[in-house]
Ligand binder design. Structure first.
Ligand code: GDP
Ligand code: MN
Length: 304
């Protein structure tokens, strides 16, 4: 009997450039999903990057809430991939279900942001991201776009716009729309505080910590004095302005696939006193890949 054919991939032929569209580069769009939001899916469909070059990957928890989200997601997938217009159809779609041990409690925004819940939550999220990444990253992947399931509004040219900067890791600024009762009008506020530049205070705090302790951002009782990208936004600022970052969030994040191939993942443990996406930024840096952020390029998070 003949031996099965061997698939050869020359990674040097998989380009990762500032013109992914011109070079027909494959994008892997990864979303950990606890809840399904229709606006998230509608926004995906509006992405102007050729859908035939985009593979979608999802990981959902095996909880009641996760089951409901999976059902909703599959409904939309069937609609888009089978009966919808050809141009909307994605190259392929992968759905993973994950058991957590112990199972993660479903939590509302206030509950999951409590400091004592953060380490366990962030560790579980890191493992979910790693499982999703390591089962879906392929030899032809050029870029990985991390996009949370509650990021419901982005510019349609998101992929092209982020890739144009040709940075190993790049994060737009994640805001949230809300009704401002004082102004009696819709307004917006910064949401993601995980995109930051380090501070001497944070470095000193970390030095005094135990090996398993982690620094968290956005908590009054742990003042780090880091420079948060959330607050670097300027109304009249250039959308192309970039700033170097030491920590990143995962709400929306474009990563050159080579950064992940080199081994940069989401540490589910204290790595330089950082965890998950912030630990990922540190690991990328240690591998020689400097993360950047776009303070004036906004995407929007759902308002619970
Ligand atoms: P926050 O916005 O920083 O408060 O974090 P979220 O709770 O929104 O979580 C970030 C992303 O992970 C979102 O896309 C969630 O839908 C998703 N997510 C949250 N919890 C879980 C979980 O237990 N398992 C998986 N697979 N995804 C989750
Ligand atoms: Mn969120």
């Amino acid at each position: 009997p003949k031996a099965p054919p061997v698939a050869h991939y020359n990674l040097n032929n998989v380009t990762i450039t500032s013109d992914p569209l011109g070079n027909r580069e494959n994008i892997l769009l990864l979303t950990p999903m606890a809840r399904f939001y229709q606006q998230y899916w509608d926004n995906l469909l509006k992405l102007s990057y050729p859908h035939e070059l985009i593979t979608l990957g999802f990981i959902l928890p095996k909880t009641k809430e996760g089951n409901a989200a999976t059902t909703e997601l599959q409904k939309q997938i069937a609609k888009t991939q089978k009966s919808g217009p050809e141009k909307d159809r994605f190259k392929s779609i992968i759905i993973l279900r994950q058991d957590f041990d112990p199972p993660l409690q479903s939590q509302d925004e206030a509950e999951r942001h409590k400091i004592q819940n953060q380490k366990v939550r962030r560790a579980a999220m890191a493992k979910a991201r790693n499982s999703l990444l390591f089962t879906t990253l392929g030899p032809a992947t050029s870029w990985v776009l991390w996009l949370d399931a509650d990021v419901i509004e982005t510019p349609p040219d998101l992929i092209q716009d982020l890739a144009a900067h040709n940075k190993p890791v790049i994060a737009p600024n994640c805001f949230q729309r809300f009704y401002n009762t004082e102004k009696k009008a819709m307004d917006e506020r910064p949401y993601d505080f995980n995109n930051w530049q380090d501070s001497p205070t944070a470095v000193e705090l970390a030095k005094k910590m135990g090996p398993d302790d982690i620094l968290l951002e956005g908590y009054a009782d742990m003042a780090t004095y880091r420079a948060l990208m959330a607050y670097m936004h300027k109304a009249d600022g250039l959308r192309q302005e970039t700033v170097p970052l030491d920590g990143v969030g995962g709400a929306a994040l474009l990563v050159k696939a080579d950064v992940h191939r080199d081994g940069a993942m989401f540490p589910p443990f204290s790595f330089y006193h950082l965890i998950e996406t912030e630990g990922f930024a540190k690991m990328a840096k240690r591998l020689g890949w400097q993360p950047f952020g776009l303070p004036n390029y906004k995407v929007y998070h759902y308002n619970e």
